[in-house]
Design a protein around this ligand. Structure first.
Ligand SMILES: [Zn+2]
Length: 85
């Protein structure tokens, strides 16, 4: 069963000033497409780090972004338990 996750719900944070970045709805999806990242491979444990935001670097119009997965505390793969509900 496939769970639908809306990539627009991902938290975006500026890696320079640490502020949450709010951008237009649809921007995240567009960025993921540009980066060749399949939105279906993401979930709510992912955050997007942006190298700069309109707040701290207003002279830039585009920012390098990368997706960070928060649950990577252990090396090696652990099987993900299926969500039981
Ligand atoms: Zn910033």
């Amino acid at each position: 069963m496939t769970r639908k996750f809306d990539p627009e719900l991902l938290y975006v944070e500026c890696s320079r000033c640490g502020q949450p970045v709010l951008w237009q709805y649809g921007t995240t999806t567009k960025l993921l497409n540009l980066a060749g990242i399949d939105p279906a491979s993401l979930d709510e444990r992912c955050v997007i780090m942006s190298e700069g935001c309109p707040g701290c670097t207003p002279d830039k119009s585009s920012f390098t972004t990368q997706v960070i997965r928060l649950n990577k505390e252990k090396e090696g793969r652990r099987p993900m338990p299926a969500t039981a509900n």
